[in-house]
Design a protein around this ligand. Structure first.
Ligand SMILES: Cc1cc2nc3c(=O)[nH]c(=O)nc-3n(C[C@H](O)[C@H](O)[C@H](O)COP(=O)(O)O)c2cc1C
Length: 209
């Protein structure tokens, strides 16, 4: 399987070659892979900010433990979950489904109510956690798509969301930076690329019953 070979190739890149940028075409493919991510009920309760602006990257770096990937990578993907539970998210999705799948909106009312009931039964903490979880599926697709295109990446949780929110003006948009990833091309000096992968053995990771 190509996917497995590509996953063996990828690694969390620590040192990017700052002179290499991901092209517009390749970026478009990465965006498509993220767009096609599965999400609970299909709601996609997030937005993805893509940062390539040099000054902005410099500003974000100290808010990410000073990690060099922030400035050396070509682009930073900031996966932001919506912080407020709003029926608007569900209504937008139902309207889009009706239009794209050519289904009368009345036929989707039952599904709409089911989603509204299920989401309103969550506590605020559960809602936050749930909407953040969705971003990780998109992150995972981004990493796999990068690997397929031989673009390097590094998923990053080592950052301060409040500072990212302030720098990128996310709060005003009802957003919160949940997880980020840097993408670009590895530097030949990045020694981590030669490290063997450490993964749990199959018999410990899986149990077939
Ligand atoms: C959600 C998440 C957050 C991570 N945060 C960081 C980070 O802040 N900095 C970093 O250098 N690596 C980070 N990593 C990379 C992991 O350390 C790495 O994926 C793991 O050690 C496995 O190695 P590999 O991806 O190279 O196979 C993160 C990975 C994930 C999935």
């Amino acid at each position: 399987m190509n996917l497995v070979e590509n996953l063996k190739w990828r690694y969390a890149t620590k040192k990017f070659d700052a002179s290499k940028m991901v092209s517009k075409d390749e970026l478009q493919k990465l965006k498509e892979a993220v767009q096609l991510s599965a999400s609970s009920y299909g709601l996609q309760l997030y937005k993805v900010m893509i940062v390539s602006n040099k000054e902005l990257k410099e500003k974000l770096k100290p808010a990410a433990w000073g990690q060099d990937q922030l400035t050396d990578a070509s682009h930073i993907f900031v996966f932001c979950n919506y912080t407020e539970r709003k029926n608007e998210h569900i209504d937008d999705y139902i309207r889009a489904t009706s239009k794209i799948q050519d289904t009368p909106i009345e036929k989707l009312e039952g599904y709409s109510n089911l989603i509204k009931q299920s989401t309103s039964s969550k506590s605020d903490v559960e809602w936050q956690s749930w909407s953040q979880k969705q971003t990780y599926l998109a992150l995972s697709n981004l990493l796999a798509a990068c690997a397929e295109l031989k673009i390097d990446s590094c998923p990053i949780e080592g950052f301060e969301p409040e500072k990212f929110n302030a720098i990128l003006g996310l709060e005003e948009q009802g957003l919160n930076a949940a997880v980020i990833a840097t993408v670009g091309y590895r530097s030949s000096e990045d020694h981590t690329q030669f490290r063997k992968k450490v993964r749990k053995p199959m018999e410990i990771l899986f149990e077939e019953v």
